[in-house]
Each structure stands twice: as C-alpha cells, then as structure tokens.
Design a protein around this ligand. Structure first.
Ligand code: LAQ
Length: 328
C-alpha cells in the first residue's frame, strides 16, 4: 500500500489527483489524504446550482468542484481531513462502506470516541455526522473516500450549502442534509487537523506492514495539473455537467415584478427561456429571450454579456444588477 499525503490545499488539484491515481495505478492499493481550502465538493450526478448558495460562495471565494463519485455535496476547509482508499476491484461488496470506514472508526474508538457507521455512508458521534463517504468503481478499481470534520467552520458550512429547493426541478442526486459536528469536541485538547492526520497515518502504517509513504513526483504533479486545467477547474465540468433542469425564479425590481422560467440541458445551455413581467418597455421580450437561448446558465457569463446590451429597451428603467438575480 502507498500512503500519499497531498501537500496541496487546492481542491481542484486534490480532486484531480484522485482521478489521476485511479487511472495510473491500476494494481496498487493507495491511501490518500488531503485537506482543502474552503470549497464545496459536489457529487458527480448533482445539479451544482441547486446545491450551493451561489452568492455566498462567490463572496467568500469558496471553490466549487465536482468529484467523480456519486452522492451529495459537502463543505471542506482546513479543519476537514479527507481520506481516500483506492484498491483493485475484486470481489468486494460495492454497497458495503464499512471496510474503508473501519480504520477511522477503530482509531476513534481506541481513543475513547464513540464513532459509528450509521446508515450506509455516514460516520456519527452522539447522533451527529462528522464524516460523509462516497465511492465509485471504474478502470478496475474501487475508490472510496470520506471527510472527517475535525475543526471546520460550521457556520460557513451551513451558509454555503443553504439553498432554496423551490427554484430547481430536476432528477439530479439530492444531498441528504444532516446535523453535523466537529470531532474537536470529543478529542484531546490541542488536536488539530494536522495532528489527527498524523495519528491516522500511524494507525494505517501499524495495520499494513507493507505500507510505504509516497510523494507525488514532479511528472505526476504535471499530469495532475493537466487534469485540473482540462477538467476540474472548468465551468463545463463543475457546473455544466449537471443533468437537465428547469429553473424558476421571480424577483421584484423597483419597476415591478419579473419572473423567469428556464430549461437548461446537460452542458449548461439554456434551451428555453420565458420571461414574464408587469412593466415591460416597447421592444418585444421574445427578442431578449432569444438572445439568452443557447447561452450558458452561468452567472459570470451573463453578468458580462448583459452589461453589453441595452436592457432598457426591454425593461425600461432597470440595471444589470437588478436583473441578474433573476438567473440565480
Ligand atoms: N465535510 C463534511 N463532512 C461531513 N458532513 C458534511 C460535511 N459538509 C457537509 N456535511 C453534511 O453532509 C450533508 C450531505 O450528505 P450526503 O450524504 O448527501 O453527501 C455526502 O456525505 C457525500 C460525501 C462525499 C465525501 C467525499 C470525500 C472526499 S471529496 S467529498 C450536507 O448537507 C451536510 O449536512
């Protein structure tokens, strides 16, 4: 077994390194650990916009990254440790998460913390979740990874994942919102994400006598960065890859009410757009709808493009800032 401790806090890099390892180490058992700067990691089959508080995420520079495993959306920061097992897929029961959550549970139990696997993929203490786990099987490998909340900013976690469920209709995987807790309340004083990581590595080393520490080589890092550039840092993957959805939003601007009904197809393109309102100007609104059709449902893109057209011809006295919330 190779134990790899990522030296990066960049969520793009760490999530990309999981795909790199899966593809490039087909026969090797791997235990990877990483800690990300503030980020939300959404499941492969989720509608990203439906899972995140977009304004908050942008204001707080929280990265949003889609991972290759299914499941829900979780928040990461420097107080959250991620662990990831990569093993050749033999005859394991894919639905059983316990094999790879066991080291964490056992270690915590040895430390007197009453951690347990509850349901299929959550680790709980005192009825509160501190670890979410997800997995996939591809290229002959199983990858199972999980979070460990040690000392995360719980208010930021809650705010970043706070959404209005009424805006989106889709068949995407929904997150299962739970009560969460940090392990810091149950661990010896002075425990940090770093010190906990060291304990976990020692625990794994003790259990796997052939395990050895590996660091990514320069060549490997180059490959990982290539994956970041091509996939994990792109809007197309992190947002656009979401399944088809219908989006509905009504807002009030000083001039009156506006409502948007938008159909977005996989890839992020707006396929149908209907805008309603009670105060429109002379130019037919259909012309504005047609302008939007075929564009990405991407707020940054819309912000840039809407500032280039004369909105007053459709809406009378409105500004881009007033109209923009209609799309988010
Ligand atoms: N960091 C973290 N750890 C545990 N639970 C969390 C976390 N962030 C949010 N949550 C809670 O879990 C639910 C979502 O639960 P849900 O069960 O829907 O999703 C998961 O657990 C997915 C785990 C993915 C783990 C990967 C490992 C490495 S990269 S990400 C969310 O709404 C919050 O209530």
């Amino acid at each position: 077994m190779l134990i790899i401790e990522s030296t990066s806090h960049d969520a793009y890099v760490n999530i990309a390194s999981e795909e790199f390892l899966m593809k490039n180490y087909p026969d090797q058992d791997i235990f990877l650990l990483y800690v990300n700067a503030p980020s939300i990691i959404v499941g492969k089959f989720q509608n990203t916009l439906a899972e995140i508080n977009l304004d908050y995420v942008k204001e707080n520079n929280i990265k949003v990254v889609r991972r290759m495993s299914g499941g829900g959306a979780v928040y990461h920061d420097l107080g959250n440790l991620n662990f990831s097992f990569h093993v050749p897929h033999k005859d394991q029961d894919f639905m059983d998460f316990s094999q790879f959550t066991k080291p964490v549970v056992d270690m915590l139990n040895e430390m007197g913390v009453n951690a347990e696997l509850v349901g299929r993929n959550d680790l709980l203490v005192d009825g509160k979740k501190f670890s979410g786990n997800a997995k996939l099987s591809r290229h002959g490998k199983i990858v199972q990874h999980g979070t460990i909340l040690i000392d995360s900013e719980m208010e930021i976690l809650a705010s970043a994942l706070k959404v209005n469920p009424l805006k989106f209709v889709d068949k995407a995987t929904k997150s299962t919102r739970s009560r969460v807790t940090n392990l810091i309340h149950y661990l010896p004083e002075g425990t940090t994400t770093e010190s906990f990581k060291k304990l976990l590595i020692d625990f794994i080393l003790k259990e796997n006598e052939h395990a050895k520490i590996h660091s990514f080589t320069e060549d490997e890092m180059n490959e990982i960065h290539k994956l970041v550039e091509e996939k994990y840092s792109t809007w197309d993957w992190n947002f656009g890859f979401s399944p088809n959805y219908n989006f509905q939003r009504a807002i009030k601007v000083p001039a009156g009410f506006i409502e948007a009904h938008i159909e977005v197809e996989r890839g992020g393109n707006m396929k149908k757009v209907k805008i309603f309102g009670d105060f429109f100007a002379s130019q037919p609104i259909e012309e504005f709808e047609d302008y939007l059709i075929g564009q990405n449902h991407d707020i940054d893109f819309l912000e840039e493009h809407l500032s280039k057209i004369d909105l007053t011809q459709y809406f009378g006295k409105v500004t881009v800032e007033e109209i923009l919330p209609l799309f988010k």
